[in-house]
Design a protein. Structure first.
Length: 102
């Protein structure tokens, strides 16, 4: 997936159109809390470093960059930008009605 039109930032939501036609739906805050970069997760132990209470409830993804054909990097409204989300990870984190039924 390397077509930027497949990613849409809509307020506090991020939508990803996967190559198989699936529409991934995410709350921006949920994605931010799942950032696995070295600032958010201790590199060697895997211990979480990000305190969820420090992430505002109204956080948004302001922009994004495609990382090759395999991932996306978001620029968050809290200034964080180092996390890379591989598309396979995004698929597993999907919060749509099919992937996360209530």
């Amino acid at each position: 997936m390397n077509d930027s039109s497949k990613i849409n930032i809509d307020g506090d939501r991020v939508l990803v159109n996967f190559d198989d036609g699936h529409l991934g739906k995410y709350l921006a805050r949920s994605l931010r809390l799942n950032c696995a970069c070295a600032e958010c997760i201790e590199e060697w132990t895997g211990k979480p470093l990000l305190d969820p209470f420090t992430v505002e409830s109204n956080i948004i993804a302001e922009d994004y960059l495609l990382v090759g054909k395999y991932a996306v990097q978001f620029l968050w409204s809290d200034g964080h930008f180092t996390g890379i989300f591989p598309f396979e990870v995004l698929r597993k984190l999907c919060e749509c009605e099919v992937c996360s039924p209530k």
